[in-house]
Structure formats: structure tokens, C-alpha cells
Design a protein around this ligand. Structure first.
Ligand code: ACO
Length: 362
């Protein structure tokens, strides 16, 4: 029997229409466009007016159409998210129902910002083993819901959105050629969300402690080291030289992290895809959103060598070396769209800001 490989055949995104600019951010916390743009590269981010499964529905249907498939042909839905719609059921199950993937299994995967790369590896492994044939892999997040809107060290960094890919079997030696999944649980406290799970006594639940906590400089240092080194290892494991890499599609957290990762790798920064100026850090959704935009912008040629690399809570990291197939155009398009919203991102956030005791200044 010839060896089975697994190719990315579809891609799609769902980006909520409400834009929160850095100037808007300066009405929530003491900050400025100058500080955020120069320290992170972020200019604006999206705030979702819908739940995570709705973001996933739209990104998923667009990816399935781009693959030239019908939802009923999907046999597994994997949603990478650390902002699930509920603790249960899994958000992937909600998406499976909404898109009409009636023949599919569904599961969520939480490896924080590295979740999409983990989910891609799981999909690839399922296809190669014969456990699945056509897998929809999503990264879908609503970080605006879990941020402490009085903490300027975190709330300026994140945004909402979803991206998706379809992975299908092929006999060609393309797709995911090498991968690395890692985690250092001993450092988990540097990036965490206490108070929203099942730890401790229910009686001790205090909503004012229930926002994202992050040790920014520590995460920065570890992100650069792990993203650079994990990329080097999967490049070598794929049998490539650094020059063989056509495009690095990294987790989008901070432009300075991307620049430092490229320097550590010795990779020309022109080969590093970045769109975080427009969306901030959408956690598990950054890589599928970036990939879809890279393909749409003509940055991915037939047969291109890509590297996905991510770092995040856990503290987790993940990398994959991917050989793209022949097709760089979608086979079809979907008219799936998010419900219209013509309101203001700041007003959308008002309940979240007030929950943490913050306010919107004039
Ligand atoms: N506006 C203005 N000043 C700010 C802001 C802000 N939004 N945030 C922090 N500052 C201040 C701090 O209070 C501090 O002031 P002080 O010196 O008076 O105390 C000063 O800026 C410097 O703070 P640092 O934390 O040292 O700033 P740094 O240059 O490290 O940048 C940042 C902070 C942007 C958070 C950076 O550390 C970073 O990007 N870290 C990685 C974060 C990350 O990528 N997280 C996500 C990865 S995992 C995942 O995606 C879930």
C-alpha cells in the first residue's frame, strides 16, 4: 500500500466587523497608540459580537467551499480554542451541527495559542492512520471575553477571530512533513486564566480575579527561544536547509517576537508572514487566519515550503514543516457570513470593562 499523506486543500477566516483601535484602547486603560504600536506592532483588533461557534461556522464553511467539498463530506471537526463557548459541550460539536457536517465526529483541543498547530498534527495523524479522511481544523477564539480590561499589560494585545483549514489524504509526498509538540507545565503560571474552571471551591469564585494573567517579559523571552528553536528542528527534520523555507507563518503575538524569532533562526524577515497590526493576538486562530491571508495575497506558491510555529499558555509550543500542494486558488466560495453589526466596538465591550471595575473615558 502506498504511503498516505495529508494535504491542506481549503482555507477560510471569519473576522468580526467591529474594530477596536489603539486610540479606542486609550479610552479604556492608560496607554497610547504610540506605546502599543511601537512595543507590539498592533494597530487594531476585532471584537466579536457573536459566540465562538458562529465564528467557527463561517470560517469552516468558507474553508470547506475552498476545498470544493460539501459539509457532509467532512468526517472530523477539530476546534483549537482556549475560549470555548461552554465548558461542555465542546465548541467543535456546535460547529459540526451549524455547518451540517452530519457525518463528522467533533472535539475541542486546548493547547492555548499553540492549539491550531497541535490540531493540525492530530488531523494529519488521523488521516495518515486511516482514522479520518476529511478533517476540518479550526482555530476560533473570543479573547475579549476573558481579558481583564483594567490590565493594560494584557488587554491591548488580544483580539477575536477564527480561521480554518480542510485537510485531505493524498498520495503525493506533501502536507505536514515534520512536527514538534512541546510543553513546559512547570512554567504554566506565567500565562493563565484562574477562576473560570473547576479548580477550588465554588464558594471561593471571585469574578474580579477571573481575567487573563500574564508575565509579559517572561513569555516574550521564552517565545523567542522556543519558536526559533522548534522551527529549526522541524526544518531539519523535514530534510530542508533554512534557505528552502519559503514562508514562516508564526503565531502572531508581538512583532518584536516575530522579528527576534527570525533573527534567532537566521531567516530573512521578508519570509515571515505578519498581520498582527490588524488583528492583534487571536490565540489559536492566528495561524489559520494568517495562512488564509498569505494564500489570498499570493504569498504561497505551488509546492512552497511553509513552517507553522506557535507558543502560548501551558507553556506550550508547536511547529510544523508543511509542503504546500499544487493548488493555490480556492475551488469554490461560500456565501456564509457573520450576522451584520454596525455598532461600536467600545460599546460592545462596555459590560466586560465594567465587570472588572473599569470605565470608558470620554
Ligand atoms: N501602555 C503603556 N504602558 C504599558 C502598557 C501599555 N499597554 N503595558 C505595560 N506598560 C508599561 C509597564 O507598566 C511598564 O511600566 P513601568 O516601567 O513604569 O513599570 C513598562 O510599560 C514596561 O513594561 P514591560 O512589561 O517591561 O514592557 P515590555 O517591553 O516587556 O512589553 C509586552 C510588554 C508587550 C506585554 C511584552 O512583554 C510582550 O509582548 N510579551 C509577550 C506577550 C505575549 O506574546 N503573550 C502572548 C503569547 S502566548 C499567547 O498568545 C496566549
Amino acid at each position: 500500500m502506498s504511503q498516505r499523506y495529508a494535504e491542506i486543500t481549503g482555507w477560510g477566516t471569519a473576522l468580526p466587523p467591529a474594530v477596536l483601535t489603539n486610540d479606542d484602547m486609550s479610552r479604556i486603560v492608560e496607554t497610547s497608540d504610540e506605546w502599543i504600536a511601537s512595543r507590539t506592532g498592533i494597530k487594531e483588533r476585532r471584537i466579536s459580537h457573536v459566540d465562538v461557534s458562529e465564528l467557527g461556522r463561517v470560517a469552516g464553511l468558507r474553508a470547506i467551499a475552498a476545498a470544493g467539498l460539501e459539509p457532509a463530506q467532512i468526517d472530523m471537526v477539530i476546534t483549537a480554542t482556549c475560549t470555548p463557548e461552554n465548558l461542555l459541550p465542546a465548541t467543535a460539536g456546535l460547529i459540526q451541527d451549524k455547518i451540517g457536517a452530519t457525518g463528522a465526529g467533533a472535539m475541542d483541543l486546548n493547547a492555548n495559542c499553540s492549539g491550531f498547530v497541535y490540531a493540525h498534527v492530530v488531523a494529519d495523524s488521523m488521516i495518515k492512520s486511516g482514522a479520518a479522511n476529511r478533517v476540518l481544523v479550526l482555530g476560533a477564539e473570543k479573547f475579549s471575553y476573558i481579558l481583564d480590561w483594567t490590565d493594560r499589560g494584557t488587554c491591548v494585545l488580544f483580539g477575536d477571530g477564527a480561521g480554518a483549514i480542510v485537510v485531505e489524504p493524498t498520495d503525493e509526498p506533501i502536507g505536514l512533513l515534520a512536527s514538534e509538540l512541546g510543553n513546559d507545565g512547570s512554567a504554566a503560571q506565567h500565562l493563565c486564566l484562574p477562576g473560570r474552571g473547576t479548580a477550588g471551591s465554588v464558594a471561593a469564585l471571585d469574578p474580579r480575579t477571573a481575567g487573563l494573567r500574564m508575565n509579559g517579559p517572561e513569555i516574550f523571552r521564552r517565545a523567542v527561544t522556543m519558536m526559533g528553536d522548534a522551527s529549526s528542528r522541524v526544518i531539519a527534520a523535514a530534510g530542508w536547509e533554512l534557505d528552502d523555507v519559503d514562508l514562516l507563518v508564526p503565531h502572531q503575538a508581538n512583532q518584536r517576537i516575530l522579528d527576534a524569532t527570525a533573527r534567532r533562526l537566521g531567516l530573512d524577515s521578508a519570509k515571515v508572514f505578519s498581520n498582527l497590526h490588524a488583528y492583534g493576538n487571536t490565540s489559536a486562530a492566528t495561524i489559520p487566519i494568517a495562512l488564509a491571508e498569505a494564500v489570498e495575497q499570493g504569498r504561497v506558491d505551488a509546492g512552497a515550503n511553509l513552517v507553522f510555529v506557535a507558543f502560548g499558555g501551558g507553556l506550550s509550543w508547536a511547529a510544523g514543516a508543511i509542503k504546500w500542494g499544487e493548488r493555490t486558488e480556492p475551488l469554490g466560495s461560500s456565501d456564509a457570513a457573520l450576522p451584520a453589526f454596525d455598532g461600536d466596538a467600545l460599546e460592545l465591550l462596555r459590560p466586560n470593562i465594567e465587570f472588572f471595575g473599569g470605565e470608558i473615558s470620554a
